[in-house]
Design a protein around this ligand. Structure first.
Ligand code: FES
Length: 138
């Protein structure tokens, strides 16, 4: 069985930072997802690129900020474990990132989440209406 759409190779996921890509959700809305390294198998995780505290993008197009295996929210500085997605500090304490299912096969990372369809590498195109003002200016 094919594992799904190929996203990238594991080697392309930075040790510090993130690989940003865009998927389409069941409603046809584009969502950004980040791939980040994790110490546990299979070595990477995929999370929806949104801080659960205030809908802040974690990767604003240049890779998410990372420290000691945690993604740092650029807005209030809460840190999320790259393996579990959980946050136990700052404004976002008690929240978790939203997981996107992936599969790793022979060094390649595939989108394995039935809720999402792979669209393209990089940020979401900024063309879906007046609500998407969060990344104007980039
Ligand atoms: S928006 Fe991320 S910690 Fe507040």
């Amino acid at each position: 069985m094919a594992p799904g759409e190929r996203i990238t190779s594991i080697d392309e996921v930075p040790e510090r930072g993130s690989h940003l890509f865009t998927v389409s959700d069941p409603h046809g809305t584009d969502r950004e997802v980040i791939l980040v390294r994790c110490r546990e198998d299979p070595g990477v995780r995929a999370w929806v690129n949104v801080c659960p505290h205030e809908y802040q993008r974690l990767d604003r197009g240049r890779g998410a900020a990372m420290r000691d295996g945690e993604v740092i929210c650029p807005k209030h500085g809460s840190m999320f474990d790259t393996c579990s997605g959980d946050c136990d500090n700052g404004e976002a304490a008690g929240t978790s990132l939203t997981a996107v299912e992936i599969a790793v096969d022979d060094g390649a990372v595939y989108l394995a989440d039935e809720d999402y369809t792979y669209r393209h590498e990089g940020a979401r195109d900024d063309d879906d209406g007046p609500s998407s003002t969060s990344h104007i200016g980039f």
